[in-house]
Design a protein around this ligand. Sequence first.
Ligand code: F0G
Length: 451
Amino acid sequence: MDSAVKTVVGLRCINCGATPDSAGENFRCRSCGDLLEFVFPSWKADPESLKSLWLHRRQSAGQRPCQRLDQSGVWRFRELLPHIPAEHVVTMAEGNTPLYHLQRCARATGVENLFAKHQGMNPTGSFKDTGMTVAASAAHQGGFRWAACASTGNTSASMAAYAARGNLRSLVLIPEGKISWGKLSQSLDYGALTCQLRTDFDGCVRILNELVQRKPVYLLNSVNPYRIEGQKTAAIELLEQLDWEAPDHIIVPGGNLGNSSAIGKALVEMRELKLISRLPKLSIIQAEGANPFYRSVHEFGGKKLEPMAAETLATAIRIGNPASWKKALRVLQATGGQVEQVSEVEIAEAKAEIGADGVGCEPASAVTLAGLKKLRASGFVKPGEMVVLILTGHLLKDPDFTIKFHRGELFAGTTEESRAILTKPLQRPPVVLEADLGAVIAALDSVERNS
Ligand code: F0G
């Protein structure tokens, strides 16, 4: 059954088309310095056999290496990934994430068919795990002792966990004071050497790029094309959950732009393989204060990207110089999607709305709903269409943001304060009461009266 597709895989530069035999330590083309990607030139597959093979694997039980691969929502789709021998695969049964219908958000946006693919339900609470399992396995296969990344917190949490599982040591470079405690606590607990640098994410990337030239550490940022391959599986799994009926729109947050590149690559490949018959439009949403890609597309027609000093409370996407912007641009062009930007208040409001649907996510993920509202208002998304939001991180990744929001403190003393009044109806601050039955009943009655 494993022969449903014959895969020969190679690397290719996205700019000059060079096809190196191996990737250098920084995963950039030795001729022109641009990013590399995996290509599968000799794909021959029967789509129906692939679909049934993947479904069959989902029922796998047992702890033999190939059974553990089948239980992963990434390695289950290994025909569409670079081959890594099972003994090197580091897996935590990642992927396998739920797809939720967002009932209240559907009513609020007027898009009845509104779904969320919750990548925050991965082992370390973010979508990074789907790429990390593949790239950490490549590090294991390459015999590396150290893995390293620059991060806004989720990549580092994921890398630290997978490195620990694969007996690698890990080095984390994060911007001091600009990542959430939840994420920081993860990399500490998973045993990484965690360096908080007095700079932003882009500054951490610069140091890391120099470090990998000097020390034998394996670079695990999303310029690593193995990461992109693993992250493709979110889209493959989504299509399987929709019984291979493509939605009209998929909406993702844009930071370093690895995830949009990965999901777009998967969509294009699935159409090539005739697993789906049409492409959903993939749209990318950035925070207004961290919008270099939005500006690239809207101001420069995608011809160049001007790095910027980024600022947003959605710290996961506080990125001013996204590495994968050219890949993401290609995805927009291939799928006909759009790039939008949303304000801090719009992000906070959307996050609370997703929370009120009982789903919840971290701030960076909520840009998707905020962006959808704009795409609805402009008429790009129509009421009868099916829309899937990719929620990238778990609500518990950044509880500080959530608590401040509900206490009405998130925008206190900022220029957004007056606009933030609009979000008041969504705030549910905790109520401190005496340990007294009457007081609790009075609180209950008062909510009843006001609803
Ligand atoms: N959402 C979350 C929760 C993220 O952590 C990130 C990126 C993104 C969206 C954006 O994805 O970079 O692929 O466009 N976090 C990275 C990190 C940069 O270091 O954890 P992207």
